[in-house]
Design a binder for this molecule. Structure first.
Ligand SMILES: Nc1ncnc2c1ncn2[C@@H]1O[C@H](COP(=O)(O)OP(=O)(O)O)[C@@H](O)[C@H]1O
Ligand SMILES: [Mg+2]
Length: 660
């Protein structure tokens, strides 16, 4: 019964508190991280898209730049003149200077049919036709400027210069997650070109000036993008912003670095981007694995003037910083949650202790009470309800203890009461027994006495007459005198018997006990039997009068005093006291003699009628006295020690019910 549940309040509270904090924190954490992740990536992607726009601008700008150089060149009259004159040597020198100054890769002049007049790069390569060049053919057809991106063959580059051809040549590096390239080697190149018409003063179309830059291994654009868009920001040793130009799927110009720090050219675009951008012609924005790291990337197709997809422009931001922001946020989140849990657990433990410690106390106390140990007070410092519980328990224990004591006490008094009652009943019983015995004996004695009385009167009359008739000297006279004397004694006994038997109702009146005692003393003092006895009286003054039969009470006192004198045949002292009883409801009259005393076995019988230890005794004195005192509602008490003396105490109620 002691432990109904194996779990304590404390552990339960901690468990529930922890669950209560843990579940929402985990959910909040997860949702929070998702939201933040989404926000970060959306922002990153938006940023990347705008980066891509910037990159496109820079890319286009480069084309415009070439265009401007070309325009300025064609505007010069010396150039126009030389074209008209077909002065290759002059043109070549001039073009070469511009080429070097403006860092162009191609600066070539063709006539209106596309035949090369002069190449800035190569003084000896002219006369061939360049109409195959899309921009040139477009410009010739439209007689207007044409600019854009174009793929050029190795032969095309070779005609310009072997260095350019070599610059474009790349051994394709197999790249994970990429589609295999069509060849192991890529020899063609990607160029930004502008074809500007050359017009004479009259506006006649003379030919085309073609300017161009080979993008392969040329990092100017991508680095510029990086500079402008990302300001060259570096994160953990890595450049955050990257830009790449693909020729088809081949990385020909980039600032994405390999592990060894070299630019990751000659590698391939991932298959996913390939499908989306090269095959699908769509922009691709998202997380992408570039060379060796994850980037938030944006790719868009590069188209030639015929709108064919020939390459890809790419910008990417290293994902690591965002990832780290996310990680940090998550860490902070977890940290706060953890702190919260620790805090909650601490609070829970504390709270649980605050509840469970006093409850444990109360539990122990309740166990003790159950075992019957009530004398204990619990003092707890706890929430109001628990303190109330403890107080109630204390109250209960106190109440139980009080009741226990009461029951014990009651048990004790009950025992005492039973004993008292038993004693009372025994007394009443013996009184009743005695009264009954007295009553029946009285009836018998009355009958006998009545029958004896008449013959006795006869005997006395006749013996008296006989005594009168006898001479004074007659020797028989003594015998007759004995007859007369003994007959008188018999008559006296009979009279007493009749008195006893008559059970006369006492004639009660207010009497002064002390005066009765005084009278008796006067009477007995001169009797011979009291010659050697000292009578002492200790009578309390001002004791109230009692309702009693004067003659009967006097008879009782005389009986007792005579008995005392008989017990002190050789002398002694008789003390007679009277006083108010302690309770004030009765008067005590005590007769103390220094006589023979009464042994215990005799003491039981002295009130029986006809019980006597004396030769001449009648055994009626005390039994009559007992009857009288009983009829007055009082009692007689004896204390005696054989050889020392006897003490008779009579108690008479001052105002008994019977006296009413
Ligand atoms: N004061 C006393 N001292 C000793 N014995 C007494 C005293 N009073 C009474 N008794 C005893 O009680 C008995 C009964 O007394 P009682 O009834 O007066 O009859 P009786 O005096 O005729 O013997 C006496 O015989 C005596 O043995
Ligand atoms: Mg007597």
């Amino acid at each position: 019964m002691k432990t109904l549940s194996t779990k304590s309040i404390q552990s339960q509270l901690i468990l529930y508190f922890t669950i209560a904090i843990l579940v929402p924190s985990i959910i909040t954490g997860m949702v929070g991280v998702k939201i933040i992740q989404h926000q970060i990536y959306t922002r990153a992607e938006t940023k990347t898209i705008s980066d891509l726009n910037s990159a496109r601008e820079i890319y286009r700008n480069k084309i415009s730049q070439i265009e401007n150089i070309a325009r300025l060149t064609t505007a010069r009259s010396l150039i126009v003149k030389a074209v008209i004159e077909n002065n290759s040597t002059f043109l070549q020198k001039d073009l070469q200077r511009t080429l070097q100054r403006e860092k162009l890769d191609i600066l070539t002049i063709v006539d209106k049919n596309g035949k090369v007049i002069s190449r800035g790069h190569n003084a000896f390569a002219f006369g061939d036709n360049l109409k195959e060049d899309k921009l040139i053919s477009r410009a010739i057809a439209t007689k207007r400027l044409a600019g854009g991106t174009d793929i050029v063959t190795r032969e095309y580059l070779m005609r310009e210069s072997p260095e350019l051809a070599a610059q474009a040549l790349m051994d394709v590096i197999p790249t994970p997650k990429a589609k295999p390239h069509k060849d192991k080697q890529e020899s063609s190149g990607l160029m930004l070109k502008t074809a500007v018409p050359i017009l004479d003063d009259q506006g006649n179309f003379l030919g085309i000036l073609l300017g161009g830059i080979l993008i392969n291994r040329n990092f100017e654009i991508v680095d510029k993008i990086k500079e402008i868009v990302h300001e060259g920001e570096v994160y953990k040793g890595r450049e955050i912003g990257t830009a790449t130009i693909f020729q088809g799927d081949l990385r020909i110009s980039t600032n994405v670095k390999n592990e060894d720090g070299t630019r990751a050219i000659s590698t391939l675009v991932s298959e996913e981007v390939y499908d989306s951008v090269l095959s699908g012609g769509r922009r691709y924005v998202g997380e992408a694995f570039v060379v060796n790291a994850l980037y938030i990337s944006a790719y868009e197709p590069i188209r030639d003037i015929d709108n064919n997809i020939i390459g890809i422009l790419y910008v990417g931001v290293l994902e690591q910083p965002f990832e780290d922001i996310l990680k940090n946020t998550l860490a902070i989140f977890l940290g706060i949650a953890l702190l919260g849990i620790v805090l909650i657990i601490t609070v829970a433990v504390n709270q649980a202790k605050k509840i469970s410690t006093p409850l444990k106390k109360i539990e122990n106390a309740a166990d003790n009470i159950a075992e019957g140990n009530y004398s204990q007070t619990i003092t707890v410092h706890a929430p109001r309800e628990i303190e109330h519980l403890a107080a109630s328990l204390n109250q209960m224990a106190k109440e139980l203890e009080r009741e226990k004591l009461e029951i014990e006490e009651w048990g004790n008094t009950l025992e005492k009461k039973v004993l008292e009652r038993t004693e009372e009943i025994r007394k009443i019983h013996s009184q009743l027994f005695r009264s009954e015995k007295l009553a029946s004996l009285g009836k018998l004695a009355a009958g006998v006495a009545h029958e004896i009385n008449n013959p006795l009167t006869g005997i006395l009359t006749n013996s008296s007459l006989l005594l009168d008739d006898l001479e004074k000297a007659d020797p028989r006279r003594e015998d007759v005198e004995v007859i007369v004397k003994e007959t008188i004694r018999c008559r006296e006994i009979v009279k007493r018997l009749l008195d006893f038997a008559r059970q006369t109702k006492p004639q009660k009146q207010l009497i002064d006990i002390n005066s009765i005692i005084e009278n008796i003393i006067l009477l007995v003092r001169n009797q011979t039997s009291f010659r050697n006895i000292v009578i002492q009286k200790e009578l309390s003054e001002n004791i109230p009068e009692v309702m009693a039969d004067r003659d009967q009470i006097q008879q009782v006192f005389v009986n007792i005093i005579i008995n005392a004198s008989e017990a002190m045949a050789k002398g002694g002292s008789l003390t007679i006291e009277s006083k108010l009883a302690e309770l004030g409801d009765s008067i005590l009259i005590r007769f103390t003699d220094t006589g023979t005393g009464i042994s215990d076995d005799i003491k039981e019988k002295i009130f029986d009628p006809f019980f006597t230890t004396k030769e001449q005794g009648t055994g009626l004195g005390l039994s009559i006295s007992y009857g009288i005192i009983e009829q007055h509602g009082g009692d007689i008490n004896i204390e005696s020690k054989p050889g020392e003396g006897t003490k008779f105490t009579i108690r008479l109620p001052i105002y008994s019910q019977e006296s009413e």
